[in-house]
Design a protein around this ligand. Structure first.
Ligand code: AMP
Ligand code: MG
Length: 289
């Protein structure tokens, strides 16, 4: 199944998140059942990233949003592991600094947009400025309500300049979130992630849902679509993101540049067994020399 078609937030459509089942898992029984497909997508991603890096005609921007514990860090870990780290950056957007607050909301984002050949993952993004900012009244409505168009214009600019944009909204149920918070309490490797604000934010679930729906409705465009990823099952979340990423990048039909040298001549000059000029130098020096 092509999850791009199934999971896209249709541009210009009304979005109600209650119509999206966060526990959907594409017909796979369990993680084991999905493992082989997952491995195949990771291999595809490895290949397309090598093409992207060599061809250097596109850049790829992956945006991750989702409520606390939805799995943004998990996607960074499990999907990006297929890539050569040399060509990838992951940028986490936190509360803006004083300097960042003195500028427009896109000012801190733009320098992290990847250049040709590279992939950048935004773990949270410019969308926080229509999410947490809207839910917590951190800016007047007159300010944040203009940002949807500003974001669309910004993303259009990037797309017109060779950036492929993929946006993944990781969607979990409130019950699943509470379960994950409880697991964190018992996991010494995750306890550091817990904050009081997790529980305070949870109380604003409905306000967040309104903000997410507006984001999906206004900013899922044909050039920079949002995908709603059912994320109650971590293994399905990773599978769906991997497949959509692999599919989208394969569709670019990238080609590596032709070699700039005469391969046949280089083979003959340096690699023909009978005439290997490097061979004498490689021999160990004579004893006593
Ligand atoms: P975490 O992703 O758990 O490390 O938390 C980062 C925090 O920064 C979250 O609570 C975000 O809501 C917050 N944050 C990110 N961007 C903004 C923003 N533009 N304005 C206010 N808070 C933000
Ligand atoms: Mg957090």
């Amino acid at each position: 199944m092509d999850y791009r078609k199934k999971l896209i937030a249709e541009p210009n459509a009304r979005i109600k998140l209650k119509d999206f089942d966060p526990a959907w898992h594409g017909g796979h029984e369990n993680k084991k059942d999905a493992a082989r497909e997952m491995a195949r997508h990771l291999e595809r991603i490895t290949t397309v990233q090598r093409l992207l890096y060599g061809e250097k005609r596109h850049a790829v921007l992956i945006v991750l949003q989702g409520i606390d514990a939805a799995g943004k860090d998990g996607v960074c870990w499990h999907v990006m592991q297929a890539m050569n780290p040399q060509g990838v950056s992951v940028i986490g957007f936190k509360q803006p600094t004083t300097t960042e607050k003195e500028h427009d909301f896109l000012w801190r984002v733009h320098p992290h947009v990847p250049g040709f050949g590279r992939i950048a993952v935004f773990n949270r993004s410019h969308y926080e400025d229509v999410l947490v900012v809207r839910v917590h009244d951190l800016a007047p409505k007159a300010v944040w309500s203009k940002r949807y168009d500003q974001i669309n214009d910004f993303e259009r600019l990037l797309v017109d300049n060779g950036v492929v944009i993929l946006k993944f909204f990781l969607w979990i149920s409130p019950e699943e979130q509470l379960k994950r918070f409880a697991e964190r309490l018992d996991d010494p490797m995750r306890q550091w992630k817990i904050s009081d604000s997790d529980y305070a934010e949870r109380a604003k679930w409905d306000e967040y849902v309104d903000a997410y729906e507006a984001m999906l409705e206004k900013c899922s465009t044909s050039h920079a679509p949002w995908y709603v990823i059912p994320s109650n099952h971590k293994w399905f979340r990773n599978l769906a993101v991997s497949q959509i990423l692999a599919e989208t990048l394969e569709n670019l039909h990238m080609k590596l540049p032709e070699p700039t040298v005469d391969l046949a001549k280089i083979r003959a000059d340096y690699h023909a067994a009978s005439a290997d000029p490097a061979a004498p130098d490689k021999a160990p020096p004579p004893k006593g020399a």
